[in-house]
Every structure is written in C-alpha cells, then in structure tokens.
Ligand binder design. Structure first.
Ligand code: XMP
Length: 514
C-alpha cells in the first residue's frame, strides 16, 4: 500500500520505539530501521522525512555507528536527535566534543520561535537532556536555534536543506512541548498530510486480507488477549466464515474468563465467529501434577497447547492460512527492525504451532504498536474491557501458583485475584496501575480464625507500573484498600489465612510471581 512514511534510523538509543510512536501519534506512519540499513533501501522507500535517533556512542570515535553523508543530500528533510544531531553536525563539517558540563534531566531551553521546528513553542521551555558530548560548532550553512545555560547549541538548523538537529529528546514526555516539535517536523517541514489513522487502517487491512485470502480457509488461535482478539475480529470482518478460531481453555485462566471470552467470540456473541472452545482443563492438570519447577511448568503448558491445537486443526482439515498476533515491537525486538535488539524471552502459549499444515502465516497487526492495536480494536467494536485488558501471561495462573498446580490452588488464586481486581476497580485505581494480580505462595502458616487454629496458604498481591516491561516499580496502593482486599480474601476464600503485599521492583524481581 502506498502511504506516506517517515523513517526512523536507529543508532541504538533507548527511546527509538518511543520516537516512532510519537510520530504515529501525529498520524504519520513510520518505521524503524537500523543504521546499518543501506541507503539505497531507504531511497527506495521514498520517505517524506528521516529521523536519526539518539545512541550511547561518541560520533567522533572510529568505530561508532555512522551513516552515509549522501543521506543529507537526498532533498528529504532530516531531523537528528541527540546522537543523531551530533552525527549530522559531525558528518557535515561541524564539531562535536566531550561537554565541559554533562547535562542530564529536565533543563530549561531557550528556543528561536521563528524556526519552523519551534513554531508555537514557548520561548523558554523545558526539555529532557541526556548527553556527555556536545556540539561545539555547527556545520557550515547551519544556524543555532536553541540553547541552554550549559549548552550553547541545543538545536541547529539549515532550513533551506530541511536539516534540523536537536540535542535534547523531544520524544520523552519530560520535554514539555516535544510533541509540538515532532508535529512541526513531520507535518509542516516534511509536509505529511497525516493519513495514518486507525479507521483507514482497519478498512485497508480488511480489503487487503480479502484479496490475499480469496476463498481460502483461515485458522486462528484465540487466547482472548488483546492482540489475538483484534486479529481474529479483523479477519472475520474480512473473510467471515472462512475463519475458524480455536480457543484453548487450559483451566488456568482468571475467574470466569473462559466464559467471558466465549460470550464475546462464541456463537451467541456479536461476531458470529466459527468458534471452537476446547475445555482442556483436566489434561493440563494431569500433566502438571507433581511439577514444581517454573520453567518446566511453562514448557508443559506450551507443549500441551500445541497438542490440543494440533488435534483441533486435524479435525478442521487442511487450512491455507494461520493467523498470528505479532505486533510491531515484536518485529523490532526480534532484531528485524531497529538496532537495539532485545530478544523477547516471552512468547504466547506454545508460540507457532508448526505442526499444523498451512500455506502461509498472516500477521495483520505486524505494523502496529500496542496502543494502535487497542485503537483498531475499538474501531472494530470490541468491548472496552477486552481492549484495555491488562497483560496476562500465556501460561496463565500456572505461573502465578508457586509450587505444584492443583485444582484447589487454581480456585484459591482465581477467587483471591477476582476480589483484588474488584476492589482495585471500586477504588478507581484500575486505569492507574499497569498490571496487578494475586499470586499464591507455596507457604502455609499458622493462624487463628473463630477460635480455631488454621494452617493455610498466604496469598501475595502484586501491583506494578512499567513503561517497557523490562523494568517495573511496585505501586503504593493505599493501606485502606489493601486492608479491604485482605479482609475480603481471608473471609471469602477458603484455604487462605494470610495476605502479603509484594514490594519488589523489577529488577531484581520479575513482574510475574513464579
Ligand atoms: P516478567 O515476569 O518477565 O513479565 O517481568 C513481563 C511481562 O510479560 C508478561 N509475561 C508473559 N506474557 N507469555 C506472555 O504472553 C508469557 O509466557 C509471559 N510471561 C510473562 C508478564 O505478565 C508481564 O506483563
């Protein structure tokens, strides 16, 4: 599809995906490529603009990431951010060196508002700085258009050539007017019309899926999670009954979740999907009996998923296409897109069932960030409680129960978790916490209830906020709310006599409690 596009060239900065997301928020489609990408490939894509990201290196050192100077002569506007700004100056004849004062954090910056880049920006504004090196002399043809107390060249421009260099990070929210600057660049300087909108994405995706699939048969493993739900509904709008969705209920879902998924996607739901729910609880519990090691539990749950899926696929017969809910961060993180390749250690249950006979995989959400998947979901009319569902691991409660998984323990953690979620929602905190859940420790201890000695389990409550799931902080929930949750769990969930709150951040902990 021919759509206007901005290219982000990644020099290994920690905010590379954030840059791309912000550009998309300006309704401009954008993709991330490594600085190792050949310039011919960039030219072929005919981008309307190019952005060079930050990175951890010093551009004047011999083996630092660099790019062909030709990039600045293509007649395409280029915006360099932090390392990208320094590299632009360095390659074009300016000077970059170690800064006498290292700037880090929120910094007041004075901008020249006559620059198109800073149009509508306050003359004195707050930006996010993080640099050791600085531009000590601009390249010929450039003029300075922003400075701070310690940094004489906080931004430079050559408007005739459409070249702009910013020392700070407009993509992070600490830069108060950063979005305005990025908007000015892509919409005004690059001249993008802003044609990247979720309603047209949905419309175009439906048309192109229809064209591709023709009269073929399509199979989808539906977990009820956001990505697979949006992918399934998109496919069903495109090819209707040619799609069959298999939902494996492994008995490790949250309380009532299996029924909730069936209510939406099942035969009585609004989508009229070909929906097969496999109640595989018993076989999962049997396989998990006696297993205590978390990685082993993950493996068993994943493998069993493949077996169940395989059996169902066999009943359906040969299919032409298999749907996967891959999203853009997966593409970038698997090293196919940007530079800072972080290999994902998690995968959805079972990953790709390669045992199933199919011709091709369709990944309808491959270009989307998570927030865009959610917007597409709303566009498709999927209920909000599903679209804004918090992340739930593929192996489900199997990894929120420490030690052996039994039906009894699943019941305890389901009930405790349901109470916790209910109270968090009642307190109006559900939209303010990234991820929260109850886990069942393997610890039993002595208590007293109604004059009787008890020897029961301890439930652990967890609540974290995270930006990228690589790090996370525990959330400080008010003591009143925690006490209500505690007393309800002790009173309503048989088998629990203690409730603990997990304060651990990630690292050293993980988000899950396994
Ligand atoms: P951890 O526990 O590694 O989790 O800090 C980071 C995020 O990933 C989720 N998670 C998973 N998601 N399949 C998934 O789809 C998995 O196997 C899996 N394990 C963890 C976790 O809930 C958190 O959001």
């Amino acid at each position: 599809m021919d759509r206007e596009k901005v290219i982000v060239i990644d020099f290994g900065g920690q905010y590379n995906q954030l840059v791309a997301r912000r550009i998309r928020e300006c309704n401009v489609y954008c993709e991330i490529y490594s600085y190792k990408t050949d310039i011919e490939k960039i030219k072929e894509m005919q981008p309307k603009g190019i952005i060079l990201t930050g990175g951890p290196n010093s551009c004047y050192e011999a083996d630092s990431p660099t790019y062909s100077r030709e990039l600045f002569e293509l007649g395409i506007p280029v915006l360099g951010l932090c390392y990208g700004a320094q590299l632009m100056m360095f390659l074009l004849g300016g000077k970059v060196e170690k800064a006498p004062v290292r700037e880090y954090g929120k910094t007041e910056v004075f901008v020249d508002t006559s620059s198109q880049l800073f149009s509508d920006v306050e003359r004195e504004t707050i930006c996010w700085m993080s640099h050791f090196d600085y531009i000590s002399k601009v390249a010929p043809g450039f003029d300075i258009c922003a400075h701070t107390v310690d940094c004489p060249i906080a931004a430079a421009q050559n408007p005739t050539k459409g070249l702009y260099a910013i020392q700070f990070h407009p993509e992070v929210l600490h830069t108060k007017e950063g979005m305005k600057m990025l908007y000015n660049f892509v919409r005004n300087i690059c001249g993008c019309s802003g044609d990247w909108k979720m309603d047209s994405f949905v419309e175009n995706a439906i048309l192109s899926i229809r064209k591709k699939v023709g009269t073929g048969k399509v199979l989808c493993a539906l977990s009820g999670g956001v990505d697979s739900s949006v992918a399934a509904v998109l496919l069903s709008k495109a090819v209707g009954k040619q799609l069959t969705c298999v939902f494996v209920d492994h008995g490790l879902l949250r309380k009532n979740e299996g029924d909730e998924v069936e209510a939406v996607f099942g035969p009585d739901g609004p989508y009229q999907l070909n929906f097969i729910r496999v109640n595989a609880k018993d076989r999962y519990y049997k396989k998990l009996a006696g297993v205590t090691e978390p990685e082993k539990k993950r493996k068993i749950i994943g493998e069993e998923f493949i077996r169940v899926f395989e059996e169902e696929a066999e009943k359906i017969g040969a299919v032409d296409y298999l749907i996967q809910g891959t999203i853009y961060p997966d593409v970038v993180e698997s090293g196919l897109g940007g530079e800072s390749a972080v290999i994902k250690s998690h995968h959805n249950v079972g990953g790709l069932p390669d045992c199933v006979n199919f011709k091709e995989i369709i990944e309808p959400l491959r270009d989307l960030f998570k927030d865009e998947v959610r917007k597409a979901g709303l566009e498709l009319g999927i209920p909000e409680h599903l679209v804004f569902r918090q992340p739930f691991p593929g192996p489900g409660l199997g990894i929120r129960i420490i030690g052996e998984v039994t039906e009894e323990k699943v019941r305890i953690v389901q009930d405790a978790d349901a109470i916790y979620r209910e109270e968090i929602a009642k307190a109006g905190l559900d939209k303010m916490i990234g991820q929260y859940f109850a886990a069942l420790t393997n610890m039993r201890s002595v208590g007293v209830m109604g004059d009787e000695r008890t020897y029961d389990y301890a439930v652990a409550l967890r609540a974290v906020n995270t930006v990228d799931f690589m790090t996370a902080e525990a959330v400080g929930i008010s003591f009143d709310v925690l006490q209500t949750v505690m007393s309800r769990i002790i009173n309503e969930v048989k088998g629990v006599n203690r409730v603990l709150y997990d304060l651990t951040s990630k690292p050293p902990g993980t988000i899950e409690f396994e």
